[in-house]
Design a protein around this ligand. Structure first.
Ligand code: FDA
Length: 452
């Protein structure tokens, strides 16, 4: 059995694990990164499907994501703006399609007023509570024990307004039905992006993309780490104590180290056997953190035909199978690409269908936004992260109802020589690549402080 000896062993070569390894190496510590898959990048994956470059996983960058921007700069990676010229499309609950400009949905005045009022309440809560320790707020328990759906129902009698507000945080971010997470969880999601207003502003939250693809962040970091990154090495066992660990992976790989960083989403911690077992608190907490589910749909066309019709490619509808659609054309590409999202229970329903029927239903939905040409792409692909053994959902993990105030304060705490790092437990940048990087830096900082 090959045995390595390192200061720190990192489990998972996503952006968080690779950032932690990079920072630890910079501080003069020796590292080994063990990755289950045959590639780095985790939930970022820039693939080629039928000749089209697709961002199968994470892709967008927003202006406040300074940790990600700093990494992009360090790696010499450039970004470009998402195409947004022209009008957007809104489909109302009764199926009426309206082309509109600006960032206000074309809804009745009553619905508009109600949406503005709900956004203002959520902005206020977000400012008060923040992303760092939402569980510590005096109202944490109250806001964590009511579902987002129920809370909205108590605030407004306007169903369209409520559904549109839910669209941004349930379908658009946590990818769970609005009855399945709390108000506090929604507030954390918004606070991690700066405000609820930022979350509902697609020009902010989906501002730019990385030229050549987001996975290059992980490729660049891994390249600098060289032979210290081990692919095809799923970690099966962590033997741990206060002062050291032994990590066993497939391929008879064994690493003895002073610390281990688990840089995998919380739903995968239980795939590793811990010896001795983790404490009761972690056993319980990890059962309350689960990934959402969303199908990211990619459709490529010979041209971005919607642009000729004065449309930006952006569309929203809480009532549609595809709740959001955007122009996702690659930098410098003459072909046009659309990306759409089918979230939570709608994704369940689509996955019940045979693939051909699912494709038809999804493309018909995109067609209702952008016209019949949208139903005839030259390349079609569904990102299905729920089927990926080493992820099991998309985009990221959140607590079930009541879990955030009950357990949140312990999610980042090390246990003996075991540290935790991933976007799913970040504050700023929560659920995003930026948060993965921030957590990698934070975890590395904690370890350097402990070991030096
Ligand atoms: P990540 O999951 O990326 O990496 C963990 C790694 O650990 C994986 O490589 C996995 O294989 C490995 N692993 C797991 N178990 C292991 C074991 N036992 N042994 C060894 N290795 C193991 N973000 C964003 O900023 N903008 C966006 O537009 C989007 N959009 C988006 C779309 C889709 C479809 C997805 C799935 C995700 C996004 N995201 C996103 C989220 C973003 O991709 C995500 O937050 C980060 O990739 C998380 O990085 P981590 O390193 O924390 O985990």
């Amino acid at each position: 059995m090959p045995t390595l000896t390192r200061d720190v062993v990192i489990v998972g070569a996503g952006p968080s694990g690779l950032t932690a390894a990079t920072e630890l190496a910079k501080a003069g510590l020796s590292v080994a990164v063990l990755e289950a898959r045959d590639r780095v990048g985790g939930r970022t994956w820039t693939g080629t499907v039928d000749g089209a470059m697709l961002e199968i996983g994470g892709q967008w960058v927003s202006p406040d994501q300074s940790a990600l921007y700093a990494t992009l700069d360090a790696l010499g990676l450039k970004t470009y703006e998402r195409y947004r010229t022209g009008d957007s499309v809104y489909i109302a609950p009764d199926g009426t399609r309206t082309v509109y400009s600006g960032d206000t949905f074309p809804v009745s005045e009553h619905t508009r007023t109600e949406m503005d009022r709900l956004i203002a309440i959520l902005d206020q809560l977000t400012t008060e509570i923040g992303a760092e320790e939402p569980w510590a707020h005096p109202r944490a328990q109250e806001l964590d024990t009511v579902s987002f759906r129920q809370w909205l129902a108590g605030l407004s009698d306007d169903e369209e307004a409520r559904d549109n507000i839910s669209l941004f945080v349930a379908g658009g971010m946590l990818t769970k039905p609005a009855h399945a997470f709390s108000v506090l969880q929604a507030v954390l999601m918004a606070a991690s992006a700066g405000s609820f207003s930022n979350l509902v502003n697609e020009d902010f939250i989906l501002d730019r993309r990385v030229i050549g693809g987001m996975q290059q962040v992980s490729h660049g970091l891994a390249e600098a780490l060289g032979d210290d990154v081990f692919l095809n090495s799923p970690v099966r066992t962590v033997r741990w104590g206060a002062d050291g660990v032994t990590v066993l992976a497939d391929g008879d790989l064994r690493v003895d180290a002073r610390r281990v960083v688990l840089a995998v989403p919380p739903n995968l911690y239980t795939r590793v056997s811990f010896d001795p077992p983790l404490p009761r608190r972690q056993h319980q907490m990890h059962q309350h953190q689960s990934l959402g589910l969303v199908i990211k749909v990619h459709a490529v066309y010979e041209t971005p035909f919607w642009r000729e019709e004065g449309l930006s490619g952006t569309g929203f509808s809480a009532a549609e199978v595809v709740q959001e659609v955007y122009d996702n054309t690659n930098h410098g590409d003459t072909r046009g690409t659309l990306v759409g999202f089918v979230s939570d229970a709608k994704a369940d329903a689509m996955f019940e269908l045979p693939p051909v029927e699912r494709k038809t239903r999804i493309l018909e939905s995109i067609g209702r936004f952008l016209g019949p040409k949208a139903t005839e792409p030259v390349v079609y692909y569904e990102s299905d992260w729920g089927s990926e053994e080493w992820t099991r959902g998309a985009y990221a993990a959140s607590f079930d109802l009541g879990g955030l105030h009950r357990y949140g304060r312990d999610q980042r705490s090390p246990v003996g020589a075991i540290h935790f790092s991933c976007s799913d437990i970040a504050s700023a940048g929560y659920q995003h690549v930026d948060g993965a990087i921030r957590m990698g830096q934070r975890t590395a900082g904690d370890i350097v402080a402990a070991l030096h």
